[in-house]
Design a binder for this molecule. Structure first.
Ligand SMILES: *Cc1c(COP(=O)(O)O)cnc(C)c1O
Length: 232
């Protein structure tokens, strides 16, 4: 399968799920997750019409960003952001999906002030007990949301989650549904409707994520094929 075939197949699936679940396919933004893959593959996907790419490591994204200067690409940071990488990250990325604590949000905002830049952000929510997962716990979500709702340059537009892996994707559905409910609650209690996006769904579960309200799906393997090492 070529990248062009893969993109075609994913786009058809997105349309099909939207039709069945009574959604407009224009509401669904496809993020091509290019982590671990070389810039040549990004260029190939770009020429197939994709402009939105996701990376999970700042250093790797930096190298790719430099080599792809001049390409009108929208860069999304989908992985955990360490505090010592903030300065580099805010230069490169247009969107950050991994806002999960107040200190991080505060430091990003300060840096953005210095640069005179704005970034759109997602609050990453941890909905399972897995130790390996990042994201804010449900208990701390309100405080983080309250803090973020007052920021000027880091504009929070929605929530993001990475659910645990289940072979049976119906089990994943509950996590996606929960994220949508949290977004609705935060819109009423804190954000006054400003949260419009849900970043959820990867190669093996994006169809269910769309059924449950995803507006950004993050797809790596389904577009670029298997990764040589786990990019987490
Ligand atoms: C790697 C990654 C993806 C893409 O996963 P695939 O299964 O290859 O589609 C999506 N989201 C996050 C946060 C990732 O780290």
């Amino acid at each position: 399968m070529t990248i062009a075939n893969n993109i075609d197949r994913i786009k058809k699936k997105i349309k099909e799920v939207c039709r069945k679940s009574d959604r407009h396919s224009e509401e669904i933004k496809l993020i091509a997750v290019s982590k671990t893959h070389p810039v040549e593959k990004i260029v190939e996907a770009f020429h197939c019409g994709l402009k939105v790419f996701g990376e999970n490591r700042v250093q790797e994204a930096r190298d790719k960003f430099k080599r792809l200067e001049g390409y009108p690409i929208e860069w999304h940071l989908i992985g955990h952001l360490q505090k010592n990488k903030i300065n580099h990250a805010v230069k490169i990325f247009d969107y950050i999906h991994s806002i999960d604590n107040i200190e991080l949000a505060e430091k990003i905002e300060k840096r953005l002030e210095v640069l005179g830049k704005e970034i759109r952000g997602f609050i990453e929510v941890k909905l399972s007990e897995e130790e390996s997962k990042h994201g804010v716990s449900i208990e701390k979500l309100n405080a983080l949301a309250e803090y973020c709702s007052n920021l000027k340059r880091l504009k929070i537009i929605g929530l993001m989650t990475v659910p645990p892996y289940f072979e049976d994707i119906e089990k994943v559905r509950l996590y996606f549904r929960k994220l949508r409910e949290l977004k609705e609650e935060l819109n009423i209690n804190i954000f006054d409707g400003a949260l419009t996006e849900l970043s959820m769904g990867m190669t093996h579960d994006f169809e269910v994520a769309i059924e449950e309200g995803a507006t950004y799906v993050r797809i790596g393997t389904g577009i670029f094929g298997e990764r040589n090492y786990d990019g987490d």
